[in-house]
Write a protein of this length. Structure first.
Length: 190
């Protein structure tokens, strides 16, 4: 039951993008098409899960025992950067079209505050390795949910008549705000 509440909380109630406002750059930058958003979501899922798993182990078995927790942020960023490089190499070989579509936003996962934020949050909350992994996967699923819904809405906005002054970024930001408010409604349910 604890894990079910953690999953629901991370996906809907405390959505990493729409409630905690982490990972806004790829949310706005890669959400033009649903396919691209799904690709970015899958990359974030992979990186966030592995990064949280590895950083939790580093925190528990290296930084804390050696009393060098002040190196936490640097270590976590290095782990995330290495994982993103691995994803970038894999995508270039497996799906060149997705690699091209993600463009500059793929290497930016390294500095995506959502990935680093989850890694730091699980250490601050003193989660076990299993809890950390479940939380990371759930947060990444929340990321995917938010970015795919937003991409779908943006695709639909291309088909409707939007006033000239609201086209592009203005209507996207208003839509993102409304989507965030809609997700805030889940907070009263749990």
């Amino acid at each position: 039951m604890e894990y079910i509440l953690m999953i629901i909380g991370a996906v809907l109630v405390n959505n990493i993008i729409l409630a905690q406002f982490l990972g806004i750059c790829p949310f706005l930058g890669v959400s033009g098409k649903v396919n691209t958003a799904l690709g970015m979501g899958a990359a974030v899922l992979f990186v966030m899960t592995l990064a949280t798993l590895v950083t939790s182990c580093i925190q528990a078995y290296v930084l804390v025992p050696l009393n060098i927790t002040f190196l936490q942020t640097i270590c976590f960023i290095l782990v995330i950067a290495a994982l993103v490089q691995m994803v970038e190499i894999m995508l270039k070989k497996i799906s060149p079209s997705l690699y091209q579509a993600l463009g500059i936003f793929l290497p930016l996962i390294t500095t995506n505050c959502a990935v680093l934020g989850v890694a730091i949050l699980v250490t601050q909350k003193e989660f076990t390795i299993m809890q950390s992994t479940v939380y990371a996967i759930s947060s990444a699923l929340g990321f995917i949910l938010a970015i795919v819904i937003f991409a779908g809405l943006r695709e639909q906005l291309e088909l409707v008549n939007v006033p000239k002054g609201m086209k592009g970024v203005p209507i996207a930001l208003i839509t993102a705000g409304i989507l965030a408010m809609a997700f805030m409604g889940f907070a009263n349910l749990v």
